[in-house]
Design a binder for this molecule. Structure first.
Ligand SMILES: Nc1ncnc2c1ncn2[C@@H]1O[C@H](COP(=O)(O)OP(=O)(O)OP(=O)(O)O)[C@@H](O)[C@H]1O
Ligand SMILES: [Mg+2]
Length: 511
C-alpha cells in the first residue's frame, strides 16, 4: 500500500454511478472538479472478468464487450437490487452489487493521487425513482468498495445543485435527465437565502427506471436487424427460431449491431444521415456470409424513438401535477445525461415548454459535480460551498385508525429530517393492545386503499398490554421521525401509566 493510500483524503467524493458511464468529482478551491481516472474524465461502467487474473474495469473492459461478451458486464445498474439476478462468469456467480462495487473501487483507487489520499467518504447518486431495494443494494456496493456512503442523493437533485450553485436568483427549475439507462424528471425550487446560501427543495418528481440511450440503441438495432433480413440474412434478434445459425453466432452479431447502433445514434446527433456497414456480420451453416450495408436517416431514428420520448413527456406531466405547477411556472429547464444530446429530445422539450433548455451546463458531468458540492457541504473540511441542501418527504406518512381510515402524521413535502407526534385513545373498554399499521400515500386520502399507485403498508406492530380502563381513557402517543437518509422511525408509547407504560419502536427505510 502506498503512503498516500494509508492517509484518508480530506474530501468527500461525489460519485455518479451511471448505467453507461461513471464519474468521480470533488469540491476544491470553490468549485466542483471532475477527477480523471486513468486519464479519462468519464469511466465506462463496464467490468470484464478473466479466468485467472483480476477483472478489467472501465475503458479496457468496454473494449472487451465485442471480443468477450460472455464475460463482460455492462449496464449493471439496470439490475441493481434484483435479487433473482443470475449470471455466472468465469465459473463464478456474480451479483449486481459486486459488479457495481468493482466500478466504485476502480474510481476510488484511481482518484487517490488527485484527492490527496484514500477517498473513503462518498456521496453516491441514484435515480430519483430507485426503490428501497435498489437503494440498499447501492449502499451495499459502496460498502463492498470500502466506501462510507454519507448519503445517497438523487441524480436530478445533484444536477440541480450543480446548476443552482452559481446562481443568485430564486427560481423553479426542471431537470430532465436522460442517461444511458434511466430517465428522471425532477422539479426543484431554489431559494437564495441571506448569507448567499442556496436552499433546494424538490416539488415533484417522476421517472422510468428503464428508459435511456440503451433503448435508443435497441430501436436502431431493430431497424438494422430488419435490414439484414431484407438482405436475405438471418434475424439476429430471434434466438428461438431455427435459422441454421448457432445462438452464439447470433449473439455476437447482435453485439456488433448494438455497437454499430450506438455509433450511428451518436453520429446522427450531428448528421442528417449516416451509413452503417457491418461486413461479414454473420455466416450460416452453409458458409454463406451476410453483410449489412445500409443508410439510416435522422428522420427514421426520430420515428423509432418517438414512443420512448412520449413516455418521458408523460412523466413531465406527472411531475408538474405533483408540484402543482404548469409548464409556464418553470423558470429554467436543465438537460442532463448523454441522451439529451439527441436533437429530437431537445426539440420535444423546447416545444413542450415554449422555451429553449438552459445551455450552459455540462450534461455528462453535472450529476457528479452536484454530488461533490453536496459532499463538501456535509464534510468537516474547512472549505464549505454556499449550499444548504434540503430534501423533503415524497409521501404522506401515517397510521391506520378505526374504520380503515388513514391518519396522517408527517405530511408530504416535509423538510427532512422531520418529526411529528400524535396521541390516540383506546376505542373500546379494556382494550388490551393497539395495532400500529404504518402507511404511505402519494396523495391525501381518507381511507386506506392500497390500489392507489405509490401507496404502501410500510410496517406494523402491536403495543400492549395496555392498562385496563374504559374506552377513551388510555392514551398512546405515536411519534414519527425521518432522518437525512430516509430512515423512518415509528415509536409508540402508552401515556400516563405507572412506570412509564409500554413502549415500542420500529425503523423503516422510506424513499
Ligand atoms: N452525442 C451523443 N448523441 C446521442 N447520444 C449520446 C451522445 N453522447 C452520449 N450519448 C448517449 O448517452 C448515454 C450515456 O449517457 P450518460 O453517461 O449520461 O448515462 P449514465 O449516467 O451512464 O446513465 P444513467 O444516468 O441512466 O444511469 C449513452 O446511451 C450514449 O450512447
Ligand atoms: Mg447519469
Amino acid at each position: 500500500m502506498s503512503e498516500l493510500q494509508e492517509k484518508n483524503s480530506p474530501y468527500v467524493v461525489g460519485i455518479d454511478l451511471g448505467t453507461s458511464t461513471s464519474i468521480l468529482a470533488i469540491y476544491r478551491k470553490g468549485r466542483p472538479e471532475v477527477i480523471p481516472i486513468s486519464g479519462e474524465r468519464v469511466t465506462p461502467s463496464a467490468v470484464s472478468y478473466r479466468a485467472d487474473t483480476a477483472p478489467l474495469i472501465g475503458v479496457q473492459a468496454k473494449r472487451r464487450t465485442l471480443i468477450d461478451p460472455e464475460n463482460t458486464v455492462v449496464s449493471i445498474k439496470r439490475e441493481i437490487g434484483n435479487a433473482s439476478y443470475d449470471r455466472t462468469v468465469c465459473g463464478q456467480k456474480i451479483t449486481p452489487e459486486a459488479v457495481s462495487a468493482l466500478i466504485l473501487e476502480h474510481l476510488k483507487n484511481g482518484a487517490t493521487e488527485h484527492v490527496e489520499g484514500n477517498a473513503r467518504k462518498a456521496i453516491i447518486t441514484i435515480p430519483a425513482n430507485f426503490e428501497n431495494n435498489q437503494r440498499q443494494a447501492t449502499l451495499e456496493a459502496g460498502r463492498l468498495a470500502g466506501l462510507e456512503v454519507l448519503q445517497l442523493v438523487e441524480e436530478p437533485v445533484a444536477a440541480a445543485v450543480a446548476y443552482g450553485f452559481g446562481s443568485e436568483r430564486d427560481q423553479t427549475i426542471l431537470v430532465y435527465d436522460l442517461g444511458g439507462g434511466t430517465f428522471d424528471v425532477c422539479i426543484l425550487k431554489v431559494d437564495t437565502q441571506a448569507g448567499g446560501q442556496a436552499k433546494f427543495r424538490v416539488l415533484g418528481k417522476a421517472g422510468i427506471p428503464k428508459l435511456g440511450g440503451d433503448d435508443f440503441d435497441d430501436a436502431i438495432m431493430a431497424i438494422l436487424a430488419a435490414e439484414l433480413v431484407k438482405a436475405g440474412g438471418p434475424d439476429v434478434l430471434d434466438l428461438k427460431k431455427d435459422q441454421g445459425v448457432s445462438k452464439k453466432k447470433l449473439r455476437t452479431a447482435c453485439q456488433t449491431l448494438k455497437e454499430k447502433a450506438e455509433i450511428a445514434k451518436i453520429e446522427l446527433t450531428d448528421a442528417e444521415k449516416v451509413a452503417v456497414d457491418a461486413p461479414n456480420l454473420i455466416k450460416n451453416e452453409n458458409g454463406q456470409e451476410f453483410h449489412l450495408s445500409c443508410e439510416l436517416t435522422r428522420e427514421q431514428f426520430n420515428a423509432a424513438v418517438k414512443p420512448l420520448l412520449e413516455q418521458s413527456t408523460e412523466c413531465i406531466r406527472q411531475a408538474l401535477v405533483e408540484a402543482k405547477l404548469t409548464a409556464e411556472d418553470i423558470d429554467r429547464i436543465i438537460l442532463v445525461g448523454g441522451s439529451t444530446r439527441v436533437p429530437c429530445v431537445r426539440t420535444m422539450v423546447t416545444e413542450m415548454f415554449g422555451k429553449e433548455p438552459y445551455g450552459d451546463i455540462e450534461p455528462d458531468t453535472a450529476v457528479a459535480q452536484g454530488a461533490a458540492i453536496i459532499g463538501a457541504s456535509l464534510s468537516e473540511a474547512a472549505e464549505k460551498p454556499p449550499v444548504n441542501y434540503i430534501t423533503t418527504t415524497s409521501h404522506f406518512l401515517g397510521i391506520e385508525t378505526v374504520g380503515r381510515r388513514f391518519n396522517e402524521i408527517l405530511p408530504k413535502n416535509s423538510d427532512v429530517p422531520a418529526e411529528n407526534k400524535k396521541v390516540y385513545a383506546t376505542t373500546y373498554d379494556n382494550m388490551k393492545e393497539i395495532r400500529i399499521s404504518i402507511f404511505q400515500f402519494p396523495e391525501k386520502v381518507e381511507f386506506i386503499d392500497l390500489k392507489v399507485p405509490g401507496s404502501a403498508c410500510l410496517g406494523e406492530f402491536y403495543l400492549g398490554p395496555l392498562r385496563e380502563a374504559p374506552k377513551g381513557q388510555v392514551h398512546v402517543e405515536v411519534r414519527f421521525g425521518i432522518d437525512q437518509n430516509g430512515m423512518l422511525t415509528v415509536a409508540a408509547q402508552e401515556l400516563g401509566a405507572a412506570g412509564g407504560g409500554q413502549a415500542k419502536q420500529l425503523e423503516i427505510r422510506v424513499s
